[in-house]
Design a protein around this ligand. Structure first.
Ligand code: COA
Length: 393
């Protein structure tokens, strides 16, 4: 905290709340979140309704093109995605070296997408026309699951499983990660998770992607920045941490003392609370329904613990409505569908790649660079530069 008196705000400047909370910075046709209502949408449709009704490819088309695809548009998108899901050979060659640098799958994805930008010759959005930008966005979304699945396997000393062009995006992602064809239930559950998390208003990573796009940089740069922003614990969070909490609790009778201990020590309960929602997170409610398709004790346990945590949080934090967020049941669903916790947040990126790139495409049509201002609160300038002793060799 600075001890200096801030410089007066220059005429024409506006001071906005910390974190830009509730500040509208642009118009968008992509979607929005209504936190008080517990509602969010892609274009004109409830995102939860879409997750119940459509597959990954249809939602992808909707976010890119503004309408749900006709049968022929869907076939065309699938054919293009099939082709683009295959790892470019130069990237396949490079991936083992990238995987040797870190065990963190998000760091691998970030570095690999940066390399992908060079390998596929991504040009600045500023120089590319609408069709070229769209082709880049299609390619980036299509290749993301292949990069993640291959790096997951390489990090475990396993051979990457090549993409299978006949399969849908979600099924092929699971197959490339686990090495075997998933059941329809598992694939559909993960697909519904992916559809429900493709986009979510003007969150930090989406904003990051749009700031970079507004400079006219290339699409890979926008994605690398978005992933960097997403990786932070205050944002992309960790569905794995919510699952770890369930493991720590262990038995239903432990839930109440555990949550009291955690809150008493100043910790936050992972998978609860949200920056925008002041009621139930609609994604959590939907994923709870998806989790119920498994006859697995983890599901009943998670439902029981959720009720206890919400009751105790209501007592301990009466001024703040705190409910389970998307991360809580996301971890449960992904675990039941056969994904390891280390792949939970990366799988979130498979979904978000669609929202990020849709936002980049929208931003790229706007010639205005995003360039806000900061209020200077340091020592008042100008002061004389102190005399310096010339450096001696
Ligand atoms: C998501 C999150 C960062 C939103 O934070 P935020 O909107 O900035 O909330 P604030 O920091 O203003 O917190 C308001 C109050 O609620 C409390 N609170 C918020 N989330 C809480 C949680 N998960 N557990 C316990 N208390 C919580 C805060 O301690 C604070 O209480 P206080 O007023 O007594 O100090 C926050 O809820 C959180 O950290 N949740 C856990 C991590 C998580 O699940 N992340 C995934 C989000 S999708």
């Amino acid at each position: 905290m600075s001890t200096h008196t801030p410089a007066p705000t220059p005429a024409g400047f506006v001071v906005v709340p910390p974190g830009l909370a509730k500040v509208v910075v642009t118009d968008t046709e992509i979607g929005d979140v209504r936190g008080d209502e517990g509602f969010f949408h892609y274009r004109q449709y409830s995102a939860v309704d879409l997750a119940e009704a459509v597959g990954f490819e249809e939602a992808w088309h909707l976010l890119f093109h503004g309408h749900l695809p006709s049968a022929s548009e869907l076939d065309a998108l699938r054919a293009e995605a099939d082709r683009l899901r295959v790892l470019p050979p130069a990237l396949a060659d490079l991936l083992p070296a990238i995987c040797a640098t870190t065990t963190d799958s998000l760091q691998v994805l970030r570095t690999a997408l940066s390399a992908w930008g060079g390998i596929t010759g991504q040009r600045p959005l500023y120089d590319a026309g609408e069709q070229e930008r769209l082709a880049s966005a299609m390619a980036a979304v299509a290749v993301t699951p292949t990069i993640l699945a291959a790096s997951h396997r390489l990090q475990r000393g396993l051979e990457p499983v090549p993409a299978d062009p006949g399969l849908d995006h979600a099924t092929d992602y699971l197959r490339m990660v686990t090495g075997s064809l998933p059941t329809e239930r598992d694939a559909r559950a993960v697909e519904q998770y992916l559809v429900s998390t493709m986009d979510h208003g003007f969150n930090a990573s989406t904003f990051t992607a749009r700031v970079i796009a507004s400079t006219g940089a290339d699409l890979a740069a926008c994605l690398v920045g978005a992933i960097g922003s997403f990786a932070g614990p205050r944002h992309g969070g960790a569905p794995s941490r919510a699952l770890e909490a369930l493991e720590q609790i262990g038995t239903p009778d432990r839930a109440e003392p555990w949550v009291r201990e955690q809150v008493g020590s100043g910790a936050r309960i992972m998978g609860f609370g949200h920056a925008v929602y002041r009621t139930h997170d609609p994604r959590s409610e939907m994923l709870k329904g998806v989790a119920r398709r498994w006859d697995d004790p983890l599901v009943d346990f998670a439902i029981g613990v959720e009720a206890t945590i919400e009751r105790v949080l209501a007592e301990l934090k009466p001024d703040r409505p705190l409910y389970a967020n998307v991360e809580y049941y996301a971890g449960v669903v992904m675990r039941l569908a056969g994904l390891e916790p280390s792949m939970f947040t990366p799988t979130f990126c498979v979904a978000r790649s669609v929202g990020w790139t849709a936002n980049v495409l929208e931003q790229a049509r706007d010639p205005k660079i995003i360039r806000p201002a900061a209020r200077y609160v340091g020592p008042p300038p100008p002061q004389p530069v102190p005399a310096r002793t010339p450096a001696t060799a």
